[in-house]
Unconditional design. Sequence first.
Lengths: 116, 108
Amino acid sequence: GAVVSQHPSWVICKSGTSVKIECRSLDFQATTMFWYRQFPKQSLMLMATSNEGSKATYEQGVEKDKFLINHASLTLSTLTVTSAHPEDSSFYICSARQDPNTGELFFGEGSRLTVL
Amino acid sequence: AQRVTQPEKLLSVFKGAPVELKCNYSYSGSPELFWYVQYSRQRLQLLLRHISRESIKGFTADLNKGETSFHLKKPFAQEEDSAMYYCALRGTGNQFYFGTGTSLTVIP
């Protein structure tokens, strides 16, 4: 199957700094990628839909200025957590579809953010 | 509103016993539903989708529009089925919404 890779897998940062997480589709092009946030022992919460070459579509309640998403190419989407705070500590997971018709999502391995 | 509900956070069954993971949804249009699975230390992956009407690893799921359900079933659970299972709904904007997940443990 298709492969989606995230980097870094774990990042620790100080409160107030910004952190960028990358999501790459390694063997296919993805016009759309999705960013999820997962709290411990809880579900995946859809944060935003990343569209190549256009603005991301954010879900209700997700701060656009806090979570900056850029989808500059067909294989790369980035999520930047700006001015991170301890409450932003979470597991961030991206996914992409290889074939829009099938609806199957391919997930990255996730990125753990710890804000001190 | 689009919503997926999985009422059971934890489910334990003995090996060889039947297993059913419940999923209910709320959606105004014609739903497209999926089951995703996450095995220990692995990433999420697609198990099956209702459109395909397929059986994967012995699992099946039938869409019941009257009950707005998409329960996942397997007649004889195996130890390797122990994992986290997520029911997902594909929304109008092509977004995917996930349930809270059910952790299945198959007891040897």
